[in-house]
Ligand binder design. Sequence first.
Ligand SMILES: [Zn+2]
Ligand SMILES: [Zn+2]
Ligand SMILES: [Zn+2]
Ligand SMILES: [Zn+2]
Length: 214
Amino acid sequence: MAKKATKGRCLLCNAIYTGSGMAKHLQSCLPKHIKNQQKNNKSKFRPFFHIMVKGAHAPDYWLHLKIASNAKLRNLDRFLRDIWLECCGHLSAFTSRGHELGMGRRVGDTLSPGMELLHQYDFGDTTELLVKALGEYEGLIKGNKSIEILARNDPPEILCDECGKALAVEICTECQWEESGWLCQSCAEAHECDEEMRLPVVNSPRTGVCGYTG
Ligand SMILES: [Zn+2]
Ligand SMILES: [Zn+2]
Ligand SMILES: [Zn+2]
Ligand SMILES: [Zn+2]
């Protein structure tokens, strides 16, 4: 797996940080950004949360999002499926300290700053995500959407398990059972396992799981 913490770009100001660095950065960048929006648009301001979502067991994958307080958990579930998770329509759930939360719940009635939820997708080969509320604001959210991306990790640099030199582009899901299977282009061509068992390396905590192809 990648050794250095993955970085990504703040879409508000283009600065580059790691996931936790970005959490700190956005605590000042976001209020500044909202101040600049204030001139004409205050009537269109909506309450929203700044949340960070990351792989519970794969923290190299992270997102910083704005989510409208009146959005439902279902909206966030759909968003996470689209950007990171959806392979074959598995079940998913949000829980808070072991209690399942209804998908119809509104974000504003569920979260408060500092609170953390667990999101699970697929109860067989589960991908677990942590959703943490970092702040509550009022401001514009782009278009009519209820969720806007503030920052996302760049793809982690994962080296080939066979040569240890080039970046992996494919995953052999047969070899994955033995904690290997990350393959660069040339090792993938020479690899002996069934080609049908290969998945592409994608920028998601679900890379290499089930039939996930991005
Ligand atoms: Zn910024
Ligand atoms: Zn699947
Ligand atoms: Zn290789
Ligand atoms: Zn293999």
